[in-house]
Ligand binder design. Structure first.
Ligand SMILES: Nc1ncnc2c1ncn2[C@@H]1O[C@H](COP(=O)(O)OP(=O)(O)OP(=O)(O)O)[C@@H](O)[C@H]1O
Length: 588
C-alpha cells in the first residue's frame, strides 16, 4: 500500500498556537523580530531591522539573507520546516529560531501574512501570501535589494496589538539588547547592549549604573550586585541581592535573554532553590528555550548553569564573610533562612552559620562558635518549647543550652560535629538535668519519706515519678521532665494496654529492661511554697497540692495535656478550694 502524508488543518494548528502554546498574542512581534535577526545572521554580521506601524498595518523590513522562490515553497509553506537546522536536524546554535513554527504566530493577530523577499544568493523577488484558512499563493514581486519585508494587517479586534505605541513597547521589551540596528517608525530602539557589559570610568560608576538598572527593572535598590559569568553556556549577567527578606518558597523570577533576545521577564529555575535571595538578569548564548519561548528548556546544560551560578553566589558570600563582616551581618539579618538551607549541604556555609549567626542560648544571644567556647559540653534542644521551659533551669545550673528548635537547626548542629570531631555540643536529654540538681541532706531526705510516698500516690496513675531536689531558680516550685526514653515508655505502656495478650507479652519484654526511666516531677526544695507543701502532715492537703504542682509544671513547660492530666488538674483545684473553705478544724 502506498504511504500517505499527514494532512494538517492549519486552523487547528493556529488555534493550538494561540490558545495553548503562547501565553499571549504579544509574542507575534518577537517571532517576526527573531526571523529578521536570523536572516541577518545568515547573511553575515551587521544589519538593520526597520519596523513600520500605522493604520492597522505592521511591516517588518530586514536586509538579511532573503529567500529564493524554491525556498519560499519549502520553508514558508511547510509547517515545522526550518532553515535553521543542520543536515542532521540539530538546531544551529547561531540562530534564534529552530522549530519552524514561529511565523505562524502572526496568525494570532492577522488573517493574512504577506512576505516579500529576495535572496542575497540571487534570483528575482517573490511575494508569498499565507492565509489563516490554510492556503497560500506565490507570485513574482518587485524588490531591488536582498532582504525581506513581512506585512500584517490587523484582524478585527487586534488593532491595538499592532498600534504604534504597543509595537514600540514590544520592540523595546524584546529587542533592546539585539546586536542589530532596530528602529520603530524611524526611532531607534535603545541598543547599547547589556548594561553589565558597558564600559565605565570606575567601579563606583559601574555599580551606580547597575543599581539604577535594578531599580528600573525590579523596583528595588539591591543590597549588592554580583557579576555572573558561565562561559560554557555563553552566559553573562548580574545577580541583584534583595534588600528585604523573602520566603524561601517564593519562586524567584529572573529576566533571561537568549542570544540577546528577551526570553521572558519571569523565568524560574535559573538559580538553585537556596539562592532565593537574588534576582538575575542574564544573557545566554547556549541555553535553549521551550517551544513557547517563555521558559528555559530543562536539560543538562541548564542544570550545570544552575550549579555554576550557585557557586558564584556562594563565593560571593564567602568573600563577604572574609572582607566585610558588617555587610555579612546585614545580609544574614535579611536572608538567614537561605543561608541555613545552604549550610545543610555546604561546609563553607556551615562555617559562616557557625561563626556569624546568632542563636538564642541560656546565656543570651550569641553565635554557636562563641557558645561552644563558653560551654564546651553545652546542649541543644530540638524544639523552641523545650528551650523555653528548660533554659532558665539549665542556665541556673551552669548547663549551657542552645535553642536548636528552628528550621534546619538540629541538622546544622549535627553537621557541625562532622566538621570538627572535637565539637561536643549534643542534644539535651531533659532527664539528664536532674543529675545536676543538688540532692538533699540525708536527714532531710529521710524526714521527707512519708511525704514522698503520699506524693507518689497522688500522681501514680499519671505515670511519673516524684523526686525532691534542691535547684535554681528558687522561684520555680516544680519542674516536669520527660526524657525521650520516658516518652517512648509511655507509648509502649499505652500500646500494651491496648494490645491483646500475645502482643502485650512481647511489648512487655521490650520495655522490661528500662522500666526505671520514667518522666519525673522534680519538686524544688529551694522554693518556699514547695518546702511548706513537703512539710504538710498526713492530715494536710498533700494530694491536691502535689497534683496542683504537677499541673502547674505541665502548663509552665508547655507540655501537652492528656485527658487524665486535665482531670487531675480539675480535681486538685476543687480539692484545694475545699481545703480553703473547710479547713479540718472547721469540719469537726
Ligand atoms: N525574515 C526572514 N528572512 C529570511 N527567511 C525567513 C524570514 N522569516 C522566515 N524565514 C524562513 O522561514 C522559515 C520558517 O520560519 P519560522 O519562523 O516559522 O520558523 P523558525 O524561525 O525556523 O523556527 P522557530 O519556530 O523556532 O521560530 C525559517 O526557518 C526561515 O528559513
Amino acid at each position: 500500500m502506498a504511504e500517505q502524508a499527514f494532512q494538517v488543518d492549519l486552523r487547528g494548528v493556529v488555534d493550538l498556537l494561540s490558545r495553548h502554546l503562547y501565553a499571549s498574542p504579544r509574542v507575534y512581534l518577537r517571532e517576526l523580530l527573531q526571523n529578521a535577526v536570523d536572516a541577518i545572521t545568515a547573511r553575515g554580521d551587521g544589519g538593520r531591522v526597520a519596523i513600520e506601524t500605522g493604520g492597522g498595518v505592521l511591516r517588518v523590513h530586514d536586509d538579511g539573507i532573503g529567500l529564493t522562490e524554491d525556498e519560499v515553497h519549502t520553508l514558508l509553506a511547510t509547517i515545522g520546516r526550518s532553515s535553521k537546522r543542520d543536515e542532521l536536524g540539530f538546531a544551529r546554535h547561531d540562530f534564534l529560531g529552530q522549530f519552524g513554527i514561529g511565523l505562524l504566530s502572526a496568525f494570532l493577530v492577522a488573517d493574512e501574512i504577506e512576505v516579500v523577499t529576495r535572496s542575497a544568493r540571487g534570483g528575482a523577488g517573490v511575494r508569498w501570501t499565507g492565509l489563516s484558512g490554510g492556503s497560500y499563493r506565490v507570485e513574482p514581486a518587485e524588490r531591488d535589494e536582498p532582504g525581506t519585508t513581512v506585512t500584517l494587517r490587523a484582524r478585527p479586534g487586534s488593532a491595538e496589538l499592532l498600534s504604534p505605541p504597543v509595537v514600540a513597547g514590544l520592540a523595546r521589551t524584546y529587542g533592546s539588547l539585539l546586536p542589530v540596528e532596530l528602529t520603530v517608525d524611524g526611532v531607534p530602539v535603545a541598543g547599547d547592549g547589556p548594561v553589565w557589559r558597558a564600559a565605565h570610568r570606575d567601579p563606583a560608576g559601574r555599580r551606580r549604573a547597575l543599581e539604577e538598572y535594578c531599580e528600573e527593572l525590579f523596583g528595588f535598590t539591591p543590597f549588592d550586585v554580583v557579576d555572573l559569568d558561565v562561559p560554557e553556556a555563553g552566559l553573562t549577567g548580574v545577580a541583584f541581592v534583595l534588600p528585604h527578606p523573602v520566603a524561601p518558597s517564593a519562586r524567584a523570577a529572573h529576566r533571561v535573554y537568549l542570544k540577546r533576545m528577551l526570553l521572558a521577564e519571569n523565568v524560574e529555575g535559573l538559580l538553585p532553590d537556596w539562592a532565593f535571595f537574588a534576582r538575575c538578569v542574564v544573557d545566554a548564548g547556549e541555553l535553549r528555550p521551550t517551544a513557547s519561548r517563555e521558559a528555559l528548556y530543562e536539560d543538562e546544560l541548564l542544570e550545570s548553569v544552575r550549579d555554576g551560578l550557585g557557586e558564584i553566589l556562594r563565593q560571593w558570600l564567602v568573600k563577604l564573610a572574609e572582607t566585610d563582616p558588617a555587610a555579612l551581618d546585614g545580609f544574614l539579618g535579611l536572608h538567614q533562612l537561605g543561608v541555613k538551607a545552604m549550610a545543610l549541604h555546604d561546609d563553607d556555609m556551615l562555617r559562616i552559620v557557625d561563626r556569624w549567626l546568632d542563636y538564642e542560648t541560656s546565656a543570651g544571644p550569641m553565635t554557636l562558635a562563641e557558645f561552644r567556647r563558653r560551654h564546651p559540653d553545652g546542649r541543644f534542644t530540638t524544639s523552641v518549647d523545650e528551650f523555653r521551659r528548660l533554659s532558665a533551669v539549665a542556665g541556673a545550673q551552669g548547663v549551657g543550652l542552645v535553642n536548636g528548635g528552628y528550621v534546619h537547626d538540629p541538622e546544622i548542629i549535627e553537621r557541625l560535629r562532622g566538621l570538627d570531631p572535637d565539637i561536643r555540643l549534643g542534644r539535651l536529654d531533659a532527664a539528664e538535668l536532674t543529675t545536676t540538681f543538688g540532692t538533699l541532706d540525708p536527714a532531710v531526705e529521710l524526714a521527707l519519706r512519708p511525704f514522698l510516698a503520699a506524693a507518689q500516690r497522688a500522681v501514680e496513675r499519671l505515670g511519673c515519678e516524684v523526686v525532691v531536689r534542691d535547684f535554681d531558680p528558687a522561684s520555680l516550685p516544680a519542674l516536669y521532665l520527660t526524657s525521650r526514653d520516658a516518652q517512648f515508655q509511655d507509648e509502649l505502656a499505652r500500646a500494651r494496654d491496648e494490645a491483646d495478650e500475645l502482643w502485650a507479652d512481647v511489648l512487655g519484654a521490650v520495655g522490661a529492661h528500662s522500666v526505671a526511666d520514667r518522666a519525673q516531677l522534680v519538686l524544688n526544695h529551694r522554693n518556699p511554697l514547695t518546702r511548706r507543701i513537703t512539710a504538710l502532715g498526713a492530715d494536710g492537703p498533700v494530694e491536691p497540692a502535689v497534683q496542683a504542682l504537677y499541673g502547674q509544671a505541665l502548663l509552665l513547660g508547655h507540655h501537652p495535656l492528656r485527658p487524665a492530666d486535665t482531670a487531675v488538674l480539675n480535681r486538685s483545684f476543687i480539692g484545694l478550694l475545699e481545703w480553703a473553705v473547710h479547713p479540718p478544724e472547721a469540719r469537726e
